[in-house]
Design a protein around this ligand. Structure first.
Ligand code: ATP
Ligand code: MG
Ligand code: MG
Length: 349
């Protein structure tokens, strides 16, 4: 096909559309907002609610392949896209509910932090009693960038944490003591082939990814093989087509899965200039059933820093480094905590 539909019009959709355009595809964005940043670089745009089945059906008619860049989408309406949707609704359904996600990951044999599903304060108290502290409450749905989370560091904090997440159905998860965080970004083809990039070392601040660097240190490198096997099992069990990201804690007991994203990921932005084939191009190749590109590093070292909120205003200064690649998403208002762009710095030797 020659028209790719992308459900969701944020920066991930924008970077997917740029990669698709390079291969000669036209992209059509589906998003409820007035002016999503992906629509600026796409050939077509439908503004409609994600649960507007009639609009989705028309979108499905207009495109040859459809994909998504956002996991908090209502699953049922998307079924109208049928086999055109890659990855399918299974990946979406599992990734958008933390309880389903953890149970699914555990069933594949991968390690997750001890956890409980909680839907009442009694459940929270029981989780504190059984798991001990620290634990973190995470709403089952709609959380991102650390939103919808509250830590319980002593049993007395349980009530405040439960209030902080507005008594939403949640998971209570044991705090993992980790030396580093990393991700496995895997692309999977319909026939089961997979490719992986180097796993970046991911540094977060206040629940938001700040920096991803490759190559990682020895600790992460030593856990990558096991983590890749876990990510491949998850992708296989989902029947996933396209890019899938699995976030890990590098613990003393080996890699512990934090969460999955059924899509291209912020910790893979470094691949645009830092790898032979970017995560965005590879996703397009996988969903269009084209041959995989090389995932080899294109530099000795790569560091990606997010530009969050006001930081975006300093982008011209970043260009003083001739090996810096600045990406501005064109999202409008630089609200605090909002991902506005990123900069990737290559160390060539
Ligand atoms: P995003 O989807 O944007 O990556 P999110 O809102 O889904 O973020 P998580 O990935 O669950 O949030 O958590 C954000 C960060 O909080 C993690 O990357 C990690 O630094 C910390 N964190 C989360 N869960 C735990 C845990 N069980 N133990 C220790 N740290 C944790
Ligand atoms: Mg998440
Ligand atoms: Mg995360």
């Amino acid at each position: 096909g020659s028209i790719i539909g992308i459900v969701g019009g944020g920066q991930l959709g924008r970077m997917l559309a740029v990669a698709a355009a390079q291969l000669g595809y036209k992209c059509h964005i589906f998003d409820p907002h007035e002016r999503p940043c992906a629509a600026d670089v796409a050939a077509g745009f439908t503004r409609a609610a994600y649960d507007d089945t009639a609009a989705l059906a028309a979108f499905g008619q207009a495109v040859d392949i459809a994909t998504y860049e956002f996991e908090n989408l209502p699953v049922e309406p998307l079924r109208v896209l049928g086999d055109k949707l890659r990855p399918g609704t299974k990946s979406l359904a599992v990734a958008q509910d933390r309880a389903e996600e953890k149970a699914f990951i555990e069933a594949t044999g991968a390690r997750v932090a001890p956890w409980r599903s909680v839907s009442s304060f009694e459940d929270v108290e029981a989780a504190v009693a059984e798991l001990g502290v620290p634990i973190v409450l995470k709403t089952r749905r709609y959380g991102y960038d650390g939103k919808g989370q509250a830590w319980i560091r002593s049993p007395e904090e349980a009530a405040a944490a439960w209030d902080a997440i507005s008594h939403e159905p949640a998971v209570a998860e044991a705090g993992v003591s980790f030396a580093a965080e990393f991700s496995v970004i895997v692309a999977r083809w319909a026939d089961g082939r997979t490719t992986f990039w180097d796993s970046p070392d991911n540094a977060h601040r206040e629940g938001i990814l700040r920096t991803s660097t490759v190559p990682s240190g020895d600790l992460i490198a030593g856990q990558t093989a096991e983590a890749r096997a876990a990510a491949a099992s998850v992708a296989e069990a989902l029947g996933h087509i396209g890019v899938l990201t699995v976030e890990f804690f590098a613990s003393a007991h080996g890699p512990v899965v934090n969460e999955i994203a059924p899509r291209v990921h912020n910790s893979g932005h470094w691949t645009i200039e830092g790898a032979v084939t970017s995560q965005f191009e590879q996703h397009i190749r996988a969903v269009c059933d084209l041959p995989p590109g090389s995932t080899d590093l294109a530099a000795a070292a790569v560091a990606m820093d997010n530009l969050i909120g006001d930081e975006v205003h300093g982008w011209r200064d970043l260009l003083a480094d001739p090996n810096a690649h600045v990406h501005i998403y064109g999202k409008g208002e630089a609200r605090p905590g909002r991902k506005m762009g990123h900069v990737t710095r290559l160390t060539l030797k």
